[in-house]
Design a protein around this ligand. Structure first.
Ligand code: C5P
Length: 246
């Protein structure tokens, strides 16, 4: 069953609190990246592009290598279909998966019900970091007052439907924490690594800021994947996270 998380990080180790986004094209690239991290890799995030290419055999390889797996496919469909997809992810031993909170309470509930058969945690995505208020209004909710209001509304909806965790921009970690309460796993991308320049993350925050705002799991991709020494870069993030969580 899913354990209770109390406050930022709860009983998770630093290794389990940094999700490395394996945003590479093939399974071979992903496994090469995995090997470059060695023991430092505790949680590997597999997104839709890699999953379409590499599928469940990659999930099995990552699990066999000792990493937890975060399957980031952001399900958004009718409840029955999402429940069936989550069921398959549970069979594959996935540790975390994402659904869109905007799919509504019945869809989130179907995902959580399917996950209860194993120990998979269902994370609900609130508002994608790529959306500003104008694009959010155009695509989802014309009368929304602000992105923050949308994040708060969707976070409450998802937690009310039983979601184990919430995903949103690191800048909105505080909103997610307030909506989710102490037992909710708050997961945030948009983390800035000291010394690395990632052009589409001008709104990113530091590891320390993300943790202080209430983030439990930090999603980091290029900052560690493209580092000259990926294992050292990952360990430095985990170290910073440990320091600020003391
Ligand atoms: O930028 P970085 O390589 O660290 O991104 C890691 C992950 O964070 C990506 O796989 C994506 O899911 C997410 N991301 C995001 N918003 C951004 C940039 C990345 O949600 N602006």
């Amino acid at each position: 069953m899913n354990e209770t998380l109390i406050g930022p990080g709860g009983n998770l180790t630093a290794r389990e609190r940094v999700a490395v986004a394996l945003d590479v094209p093939t399974a071979e690239d992903a496994l090469r990246a995995r090997d470059s991290f060695g023991d430092a890799l505790g949680l590997a995030k597999v997104g839709s592009a890699l999953f379409v290419r590499a599928g469940l055999p990659l999930i099995a390889e990552l699990k066999d290598g000792g990493a937890q797996v975060f399957l980031d496919l952001k399900f958004h469909d009718i409840p029955t279909v999402v429940g069936q997809a989550v069921d398959k992810a549970v069979d594959a031993g996935v540790d975390y998966l994402t659904v869109h909170a905007a799919g509504g309470p019945a869809m989130v509930e179907a995902a959580v019900r399917a996950a209860e058969r194993g120990s998979t945690r269902v994370l609900a995505v609130t508002v994608l970091t790529s959306l500003d208020l104008e694009s959010w209004r155009a695509g989802a909710s014309p009368d929304e007052a602000s992105v923050e209001a949308a994040v708060s509304r969707l976070a409450s909806l998802a937690v009310g439907a039983g979601a184990h965790g919430l995903v949103g921009s690191a800048r909105e970690a505080g909103i997610l924490r307030r909506a989710g309460g102490p037992s909710c796993t708050v997961v945030t991308p948009g983390i800035h690594m000291p010394g690395s320049e990632t052009p589409d993350q001008s709104r990113s925050v530091s590891v320390e800021e993300a943790v202080r705002s209430g983030s439990d799991i930090l999603v980091i991709g290029r900052g560690v994947m493209n580092a000259p020494d990926p294992a050292a870069a990952l360990r430095s993030v985990q170290h910073a996270l440990e320091e600020v969580s003391r």
